[in-house]
Design a protein around this ligand. Structure first.
Ligand code: SAM
Length: 273
């Protein structure tokens, strides 16, 4: 079978899963399966291939497995991160958290930062790559996620301390200048796209109390882990802003900033005590 024939057939099959990206995804899957670049694929349309092993990879995508899990990587804040089914696939919205922190503190060289619920480590590693003198830690309840975060930190040659902890329970009694968190925040009754609910780790997605449980824990505990002028940066679900601000204000936090994502949803909240 020729490359262009395979791409045509695969694009048609992928349409239900990948919509308008089906042709691009077919090219990416083929490039991955052959160990070639996408530009090589595009310039070798008449090259003959054996479709059997390639179709095995295609069938994973046809069963709705997200492309980053198949490829084992996802780009975040301009860098590649290893991903697998123990970690949430880094989202574009989360780059806002990283960008906000880097912009706000760009002239500060001596900062200690905790990335609570670190997952793949994409937030802490992206910050460390841009502020190599900052002292950065990341924590997570999942040992498998922490293994992936350590692999990513080593891949990017960054020195980050990773801590296994259920929220604040096993953290050292240290105070940080910044705590950042993108915790699980999806309400357990919310119906998600199959690509998400059937493949991404449920501990990374769902939280009790209508998705607010982790914010309630953070609003109770984070002040003990922040320095007097420390700041808390949180990613939130797109309909949660009002309830979370109310929760934090009731615990004497002040909301300093609300940042919207590209769809206009309030996505990042900044608090101080
Ligand atoms: C939404 S993911 C965010 C991952 C990563 N920070 C990112 O932005 O892509 C939430 C992470 O919180 C972790 N987590 C869930 N419950 C936790 C808990 N009780 N204590 C600590 N981490 C928890 C999950 O394992 C997951 O890695």
């Amino acid at each position: 079978m020729k490359i262009f024939e395979w791409i045509q057939e695969a694009s048609e099959k992928l349409h239900e899963v990948a919509g308008e990206s089906s042709r691009l995804e077919a090219q990416i899957i083929l490039a991955f399966a052959l160990g070639k670049s996408r530009s090589w694929i595009l310039t070798h349309a008449h090259h003959t291939i054996d479709p059997i092993s390639i179709n095995k990879i295609l069938s994973r995508r046809l069963q709705h497995e997200p492309l980053p899990y198949i490829l084992g990587e996802k780009e975040f804040y301009g860098k590649m991160f290893h991903v697998n089914r123990s970690v949430l696939i880094p989202r574009q919205e989360t780059e806002i958290l990283v960008e906000t922190i880097l912009q706000t503190h760009k002239h500060q060289k001596d900062i200690s930062l905790l990335d609570l619920c670190t997952g793949s480590g994409c937030i802490s590693i992206s910050i460390k790559l841009n502020q190599p003198y900052w002292n950065i830690s990341g924590s997570d309840i999942s040992i498998e996620a922490l293994d992936t975060a350590k692999k990513n930190a080593a891949f990017h040659n960054t020195d980050i301390q990773f801590i296994h902890s259920n929220m604040f329970n096993h953290l050292p009694k240290q105070q940080y200048d910044i705590i950042v968190s993108n915790p699980p925040y999806i309400c357990k009754t919310e119906v998600l796209d199959k690509q998400v609910s059937a493949f991404e780790p449920h501990t990374a997605l769902y939280a009790n109390n209508n998705g607010l449980e982790m914010y309630q824990i953070i609003s109770n505990e984070a002040k003990f882990y922040l320095k007097p002028h420390g700041l808390l940066y949180l990613e939130i679900g797109y309909k949660q802003s009002e309830r979370i601000i109310h929760e934090f204000q009731s615990k004497n936090w002040e909301c300093l900033n609300i940042i919207k994502d590209l769809s206009g949803h309030q996505r990042v909240l900044v608090f101080k005590t």
